[in-house]
Design a protein around this ligand. Structure first.
Ligand code: IMP
Length: 183
């Protein structure tokens, strides 16, 4: 199936295409910005994005809203992850975490799917911890400072197929793929 993925984030587009292409889906990155309201949950942002796109884009469309939730920072940056990345980045998060023994964190992703105006949401989580320093050159965003549970490499050190197996996005979009079934 040909699926348009509305995102300006090349890293997200690469990961989702790597996951869905082997299942027989063609993922086309769609540069159609949609307003992201300041909301308490990723789900609200995705539902509002799909509603906005409904009037503008034909065919099958997906969107993704994600965030990093750090226990010691009471869930920050969470729904403010995009802004936090742009302003303080990985180094800023490492500074906020300096000396913290409690380093547990999780990524969450909400994937939205719209087919002919009907919408579905799928969620995925990945538990892990914040490293003491940045490691790795792959991926994007906070990848270099996130060590997924049970692994010795950060998201930025993992090949895309391995990150997809354990990541919040990989899990959310695998659920979406399962819903779509075989094309
Ligand atoms: P949004 O989903 O576009 O609102 O952006 C969320 C922000 O969280 C991104 O700008 C990234 O900085 C971060 N983020 C989301 N998913 C990931 C990921 O898989 N790896 C690293 N950072 C991520």
């Amino acid at each position: 199936m040909r699926i348009q993925f509305a995102t300006s984030n090349k890293g997200k587009a690469f990961e989702v295409a790597a996951l869905l292409a082997p299942l027989g889906h063609e993922v086309v990155q769609l540069h159609e910005p949609y307003p992201e309201p300041q909301a308490d949950t990723l789900q609200e942002v995705v539902a509002s994005g799909l509603e906005w796109l409904a009037g503008k884009v034909e065919g099958t469309v997906m969107i993704d809203d994600s965030g990093l939730f750090i226990d010691a920072l009471k869930g920050f940056p969470g729904v403010f992850s995009a802004h936090a990345y742009k302003t303080i980045g990985c180094d800023g998060i490492l500074r906020l975490m300096e000396g913290a023994e409690e380093r547990r964190a999780r990524f969450e992703c909400c994937a939205g799917l719209m087919i002919e105006g009907k919408c579905w949401l799928f969620t995925g989580e990945s538990e892990g911890e914040i490293t003491g320093e940045s490691r790795g050159k792959g991926g994007f965003g906070f990848d270099p400072i996130f060590l997924p549970s049970g692994m010795s490499q950060t998201f930025a050190e993992l090949p895309v197929d391995v990150k997809n197996r354990v990541s919040h996005r990989g899990r959310a979009f695998s659920a979406l793929a399962q819903f779509l079934g075989v094309p």
